[in-house]
Ligand binder design. Structure first.
Ligand SMILES: [Zn+2]
Length: 219
């Protein structure tokens, strides 16, 4: 994680520091090496949040598009279940940045836990996905909507076939909201989204993007 409690304040790691996990309260050590991104790690075990994913540049640069006060926000449900949201805006919208593949049950569990949430997926984890997506889609129309059809074995759209809003970051191939996807016909509709505008709108509290639902929502 990027932020731990140190002398009562949430702060980024620096060499030699020992802090406290904002979620479980356990001691955490600043890990400031040359190979992995600087982070805080629990001293005695894995991260206390089983949903936590080890972070790289992609995660960190997305989080840093939002104010630090909105980053890595601990949550506790009425049953005492604790998780840390990547971003939680003042309006209560949770944004989860996801690079690794997670089990469909965990997708559903996270959606149920946070309720008001959206997914931002790293579409560049498989190097062929951005190239393929560019080849599979039409030119966006005047509203930014493009049709696409999946050929071959990519499971990216099946994996994120869900009723919460899904945005896929294809890097140079663009940032897209998957408006709809049909796993039977392997066809879908995507909307090209400007990243800066997305960050501004997500942070504004004016919408939680739920109006149009996710790729699995009825058209
Ligand atoms: Zn912890």
């Amino acid at each position: 994680m990027k932020l731990a409690l140190f002398e009562g304040q949430r702060r980024a790691p620096a060499p030699g520091l020992q802090g406290q996990c904002p979620s479980c309260g356990a001691p955490v050590m600043a890990k400031c090496g040359n190979y992995k991104i600087w982070h805080w790690a629990h001293k005695t075990r894995e991260h206390c949040d089983p949903w936590w994913e080890s972070e790289g540049e992609w995660h960190r640069s997305w989080k840093d598009r939002f104010p630090q006060e909105w980053q890595e926000i601990p949550h506790q449900s009425s049953t005492g279940e604790r998780h840390v949201a990547d971003i939680r805006t003042p309006a209560g919208l949770v944004i989860e940045f996801q690079r690794s593949t997670i089990h469909p049950d965990e997708v559903l569990a996270r959606q149920a836990y946070y309720a008001k949430m959206i997914w931002v997926i790293d579409g560049c984890k498989n190097e062929f996905d951005p190239i393929n997506f560019s080849n599979w889609r039409s030119q966006p129309n005047e509203h930014g909507l493009a049709q696409f059809a999946v050929f071959g074995r990519s499971k990216l759209f099946e994996r994120w076939h869900t009723e919460k809003p899904v945005f896929i970051d294809f890097g140079k191939a663009g940032f897209w909201r998957i408006a709809h996807y049909n796993p039977k016909t392997k066809r879908g509709v995507a909307l090209i989204v400007d990243k800066e505008a997305f960050v501004r709108i997500a942070g504004s509290g004016s919408t939680d993007f739920s109006g149009q639902g996710g790729p699995a929502s009825p058209l």
